[in-house]
Design a protein around this ligand. Structure first.
Ligand code: ADP
Ligand code: MG
Length: 253
C-alpha cells in the first residue's frame, strides 16, 4: 500500500527567511509520526504546509496518491483550490489554542465541517457530531459554549471536530502545551486512544511522555531539516531524552 502522505524536498520561505529548507517525510497508514525539536524549527510551518494552510515554496507533496504540489521542470505547480480544499478536509488540524468558534456550542463547532465542507444535512451532521463528542468523552457538554469549558475539554471538542471530517490523516500541533498540567492527561488519553485505534497522525509535541506512548516514528527538526528519524526508543534513548537529542523542557512556540 502506498503511504498516506509523501513529502519530498519541501521548502518554505517567507521573503528571505528560509524556514523549511528541504523536508522529506513519509507517513504510512496507521503510523503516528511525531515531530520534535526546538522552538522556531519550523514544525508548525511544516504542518501548515502539509494541508496548505500555508503554501510551500517548493517541493512535492502527495496525499492519498494525489499530487498537491510538485516541481515541473523549473516550475513549481500547486494543485487547483478544489483539490487542496478536498485534501484539507481529509487532513484536519488540531491547534495548540483549540481555535473553536467562541459563539458556537460544542456540538455546533463539531457540526460545522460536516455541514459546510461535507455538505451534510444538519440532522445528519448533528448525529455525526454526537458520535464524535462521545468518542472524546464530551457527550455531556454538547450545548456548552467554549468559554464554559476547561482547556482540556475545549481541546477534546477540537479533536472531535477533526474526527467529524473522517480524516485520513490528523495533524496535531502541540495539542497539550496550552493546557494546565492537571488537564494534560485527559487530552493525552484521547490522543493515545486514537493512535491505538490506528488513526494516522502527524503530531508536533514537546511532551515526551505523549511522544513515547504514541509515536511510531520520531522526527527531530532543526534548521529547516529533519535531522534525525527513528523509532522512539532509538531516537529518544532511555529515560532521559536529552541523552541523545537536546529537547527543550518547556513547551514554546
Ligand atoms: N507567517 C510568517 N511570516 C514570517 N515568518 C514566519 C511566519 N510563520 C512562521 N514564521 C517564522 O518561521 C520560523 C518557524 O516558525 P514555526 O513554524 O512556528 O516554528 P516551531 O513551530 O517549530 O516553533 C520562525 O522563525 C517564525 O518566526
Ligand atoms: Mg509551533
Amino acid at each position: 500500500m502506498s503511504p498516506v502522505l509523501v513529502v519530498r524536498q519541501v521548502a518554505k520561505r517567507y521573503g528571505e527567511h528560509e524556514v523549511l529548507r528541504s523536508i522529506d517525510l513519509s507517513v504510512e497508514k496507521g503510523e503516528v509520526a511525531c515531530l520534535i525539536g526546538p522552538s522556531g524549527a519550523g514544525k508548525s510551518t511544516l504542518l501548515r504546509c502539509l494541508n496548505f494552510l500555508e503554501k510551500p515554496s517548493q517541493g512535492e507533496i502527495t496525499f492519498l496518491g494525489e499530487r498537491l504540489c510538485a516541481e515541473d521542470g523549473n516550475l513549481f505547480r500547486i494543485a487547483p483550490p478544489r483539490t487542496l480544499q478536498a485534501a484539507r478536509a481529509r487532513m484536519p488540524m488540531v491547534f495548540q489554542h483549540f481555535n473553536l468558534f467562541t459563539h458556537r456550542t460544542a456540538i455546533e463547532n463539531v457540526m460545522e465541517g460536516p455541514v459546510i465542507v461535507l455538505r451534510r444535512h444538519r440532522d445528519e451532521a448533528r448525529e455525526i457530531a454526537r458520535t464524535h463528542l462521545a468518542r472524546v468523552g464530551m457527550s455531556g457538554f454538547a450545548d456548552h459554549y467554549p468559554d464554559q469549558l476547561s482547556g482540556g475539554q475545549k481541546q477534546r471538542v477540537a479533536i472531535a471536530r477533526a474526527l467529524a471530517m473522517s480524516p485520513a490523516l490528523m495533524l496535531l500541533d502541540e495539542p497539550t502545551s496550552a493546557l494546565d498540567p492537571s488537564l494534560v492527561r485527559e487530552v493525552e488519553t484521547v490522543i493515545r486512544d486514537l493512535s491505538a485505534e490506528g488513526m494516522t497522525m502527524v503530531v508536533v509535541s514537546h511532551d515526551m511522555r505523549l511522544v513515547r506512548s504514541i509515536a511510531t516514528t520520531v522526527h527531530h527538526c532543526a534548521g529547516g531539516h529533519i535531522t534525525a528519524s527513528g523509532a522512539p526508543d532509538r531516537l529518544l534513548g532511555g529515560e532521559n531524552p536529552s541523552f541523545n537529542i537536546p529537547v527543550p523542557a518547556a513547551a514554546a512556540g
